[in-house]
Design a protein around this ligand. Sequence first.
Ligand code: GLA
Length: 400
Amino acid sequence: MPTKPLVKSSLRELANVFEATFHSEPDFLVRSPGRVDLIGTHTDYNEGWVLPAAINRSAWLAVKTLPTPLVTVYAVDMGEQVAFRLTDLDARKTLSGQDLPGWARFAAGVAWSLQEAGLATPGSQIALSGDIPIGAGLSSSAAVEVAYGLAWSHITGWEVDRMALAQHCQRAENAYVGVNSGLMDQFACLFGQAGHALLFDCRTLEWEAVPLSDDVTLIIADTGTSRALTESHYNERRADCEESLQALQARLPDIKALRDVSPEQFETHKDVIPEQPRRRAAHIIAENGRVRAAAAALRNGDTAALGRLMDESYLSTRDLFEASGPQLDAMWEASQGHPARLGGRPVGAGWAGCMIFLAKADSCDAFIEHLDQHYQAQAGLTPTIYRVEAADGAQVISES
Ligand code: GLA
């Protein structure tokens, strides 16, 4: 796979576009990866466990510092440019007084969040590009947020505590963009390690890199559908989880999050929760167990067990958490019956976008062909199916 040359030439191209747009050279470049989550559907904001990996698909920035408190971002792939003042971020307006478009709110939101934390965000000219599909569950939003955060830390020279930066970016997404997402995506983007998945405890913030076996390949199957989390049921699911927690706290006053509820406690006390939130909680509590079992399976080289857990995660996501969707279901069905297949589930929040499949490395091409043909026949849509590799976390790249 021509991963490295591709990334390098794309960054070079981005620097060229920057020069053509802003008539000067960028000071530096940033690469910030997307992520896949092998397992852990919606467990992160319930203070549970997740098992993501950063991937070799990234957002890229070319950046030049300016002496004025103004940011201009040129979104190369959309052909759109926006400028906004760093002194009036609450207004969410462009320099010409229009509402900031959704894609520009990530830049403004990160600046807003860093300023709230007392960190400087100097003016800059930025060209943005990348090869993470948008709204497909591969965390293009977090990749872009982290890229801006790293850029500002590089410009000002403040010491990057990567976990704190992940949290600043999460706050931008929660309080500025308006999606109550957890910390998984920003964490994976900043802490990724080539060839490894990351077992992350979203309460203690402890994590462990678990090697991915060479015997398996990670396959992304893009259903050809996308969703915006601001328009999806993401915040509703989070509210359902909170309702379950509050109901359970009437019987279990010591619990602080669904993460604290054992499967046995849930069975004993679940009658106190209304029906819909109860199904959400049933998913979260079992999923937390599956994430840790999946990490153990990976450590033991038991990729078949990991695949089975991914399938269980899918079924629970579909039936209890109701965060699957018709095309994701069609893709999962289409994947059945091939000997290279080990397991699969939706990536990210769900509802639309991509599935991740774990397949035996030596016959994954045949599996990709099988998936492609069967999905087209079932869903009438053309999927985009490709391998991804677990990659290193975001980094500033100096041009020289
Ligand atoms: C999105 C969010 C994450 C996480 C997943 C679901 O990717 O950004 O924080 O909640 O959905 O697991």
